[in-house]
Design a protein around this ligand. Sequence first.
Ligand SMILES: Nc1ncnc2c1ncn2[C@@H]1O[C@H](COP(=O)(O)OP(=O)(O)O)[C@@H](O)[C@H]1O
Ligand SMILES: O=C(CO)[C@@H](O)[C@H](O)COP(=O)(O)O
Length: 479
Amino acid sequence: MAMKLVAGIDTSTQSCKVVIRDAATGALVREGRASHPDGTEVHPREWERALREALTQAGGLDDVVAVGVGGQQHGMVCLDSTGEVVRPALLWNDTRSAQAARDLVDELGAQAWADAVGVVPVASFTGSKLRWLADAEPENADRTAAVCLPHDWLTWRLAGGFGAVGLDGLFTDAGDASGTAYFSAQSGEYRRDLLELAFRGRSPLLPRVLGPAEAGGRLSAEWGNPEALLAPGTGDNAAAALGLAAREGDVVLSLGTSGVVGAVTETAVHDASGTIAGFADATGRHLPLVVTLNAAQVLDATAKLLGVDHAGLAELALAAPAGADGLVLVPYLQGERTPNRPEATGAMHGLRLSTMTPAHVARAAVEGLLCGLADGIAALEAQGVTVDRVLLVGGGARSAAVQQLAPSVLGRQVVVPQPGEYVADGAARQAAWVLSGADAPPEWSLAPAQVFDLDDDARAAGQRVRARYAEVRDLTDGA
Ligand SMILES: Nc1ncnc2c1ncn2[C@@H]1O[C@H](COP(=O)(O)OP(=O)(O)O)[C@@H](O)[C@H]1O
Ligand SMILES: O=C(CO)[C@@H](O)[C@H](O)COP(=O)(O)O
């Protein structure tokens, strides 16, 4: 029997990645990738351009029978009544909506938000961005006939867009919808009242929310095989969990543009402190997440500062002692989301003649990054989430220094799956699930992972690193 091929697309912050896999076994057949522009405001057409480029590398979609898209969460894509994009999308890491988020919390109260939609507004969420639009660009708000997310929009383009399916053809899944702040992961329903609160009374069309393995339509012939099914797609973190086949007890740490600490759980989390976002996953379960704004780009910026590449940065970091002789980097280089300090800046503390060396700075950058993730794991545990296994993925997880220092700073064994595109893989696995019509996604074997362990000395050193980091973080609080 001929192999049936499925495609998984990851339209993430920095790039678009495509994998073409065998639906039955998950074997990788072809792949491609293309960059997105820098910045926190991007026109969606750039995602489509990058997708076309990545697909050309990946050999196209003519022989593919199902397609799924995983995407950066929360981005605000506004469409007018003719399907045109009203203004460039504001991405999850755009903080101009910080005051709008504060206003929404003041108007309803943090507990009421957490109870209603599992999240307390921060600048990242779509609802906060809609409030910003309503206040800062009311004409654009008035022209907005539909609001969707990056993965919804790209899937809609794959279906042929406005000309083929109209605005009613927009669809999404619970995983990505739960990042809007106007969808309840618990009930599986939109909260149109909260959308209207955010958008000052406006009530645009929202994408239909499909079940985890429900087909939303077919691929438009301009993209490839017109028989190919379109999967609901999902947010990139839910897609990564699916790609890794994460189960209860697994905590996934992703060091992409964002730093993410997430777990798959049976029950919804409602954290009124806002530290944990109570999202839905892509399989009908839940995905409590702690998300930071500063992750792999802290490594990128430090490497640039020191004039080295990623391998050089890792080498330098590993050459310095644990704790970098007291040098600490609090890496809030783009403000921060968790803790919620959108206007914060980064800080370096503990500079001496002896610590002002490239190796110390490199070490402090890696340790600072990992300390933020350690706080995230602690927050999940405090909400009763079981942590049996920690999986480290994302571009930053390719760093030898991150891999080797993570067990000590996190105080536990760390599993590093073979570097790969787990978001795109999860989207492909969802596509294969849609194709099969089965109750559960297909079992695909995963490449063997590397395990990084720690001894008592490393554990004690990690505790000291975290304590010193907390001291400096609190010292610079609100800076
Ligand atoms: N070996 C490495 N060490 C550290 N960082 C890396 C390495 N390789 C890639 N990165 C960084 O990882 C980031 C990309 O990660 P990725 O998970 O693809 O991000 P996103 O999904 O947000 O687009 C980039 O900032 C890139 O520079
Ligand atoms: O805002 C969040 C999750 O709440 C981010 O995790 C985005 O979903 C972007 O992810 P990456 O591009 O960093 O993978």
